[in-house]
Design a protein around this ligand. Structure first.
Ligand SMILES: [Zn+2]
Length: 241
């Protein structure tokens, strides 16, 4: 069924051999780890949701539910991701920025194609509209590196790496809000170590988001979002609506 290929394959074509290492972590074993985890999370203003990180809690999955409020749900083919229970089974500490090399519609189409062997969690359109195609609970095949797939959320952006006009103000703003929420949700810093381009993923042969993606601008926007007060509605992980 192409799952293995999907783990290592890029968006266009499959790259042999995984340079990633399975990073399944035995987290939260024993009450001490749980207590320590809860304390750490309290420091991140997420105490109310500490239980959500525990394994054995079946996260609620309502058909059509999204992790990013306001996103349009368009389900990717199950062949293009692996069902998981993140962040209980795999810690999330990366956002991977992609550029589609095509339109928003093209991304939605290919990610629904079971033969594509790749898909990202989100696709951002030029006007800032966002589609979510895979739940953050699940491992999307987007980075071409198994370890990075397991630890990251993948965000695709409509457009082309060699066309600077692809990257609009509306797109940057909307994507930055999404990335800021992800940083907040999983408690990792908004910096270039944790917010990376596909090109920076070890072992990849992809070049996106390319030289015209304005990292300084993007990081500024993400950090500005994180300085805004948290709205309770947006703070709930895996909010079902
Ligand atoms: Zn990419």
């Amino acid at each position: 069924m192409g799952m293995r290929a999907g783990e290592t394959g890029g968006r266009s074509g499959t790259k042999g051999g995984s340079s990633g290492v399975t990073r399944r972590r035995a987290l939260w074993i024993g009450g001490g780890a749980v207590a320590a985890g809860a304390a750490a999370l309290a420091g991140r203003d997420e105490l109310a949701h500490w239980w959500w990180r525990l394994p054995g809690h079946d996260k609620p999955r309502t058909p059509g539910a999204v992790d990013h409020p306001g996103a349009q749900w368009v389900e990717a083919s199950p062949e293009n991701y692996r069902r998981a229970d993140r962040p209980a089974d795999y810690e999330i500490d990366r956002v991977v920025v992609h550029v589609v090399q095509g339109s928003f519609a093209t991304a939605l189409e290919v990610f629904q194609d079971p033969d594509h062997e790749a898909a990202a969690h989100y696709v951002v359109r030029k006007d800032g509209h966002i589609a979510q195609m895979i739940r953050e609970l699940d491992v999307a095949f987007h980075a071409g590196n198994r370890g990075y797939n397991e630890r990251s959320v993948g965000i695709e952006h409509e457009g082309f790496v060699d066309r600077p006009e692809s990257f609009t103000a509306a797109m940057y703003a909307s994507s930055a809000r999404l990335t800021a929420e992800i940083c907040r949700r999983y408690g990792f810093p908004a910096d270039r170590e944790h917010i990376v381009g596909h090109v920076e993923v070890p072992g990849t042969d992809h070049t996106d988001p390319g030289p015209h993606w304005d990292w300084d601008r993007y990081l500024r926007l993400v950090r500005a979002e994180l300085r805004k007060p948290v709205r309770p509605k947006r703070h709930k992980p895996a909010r079902e609506s």
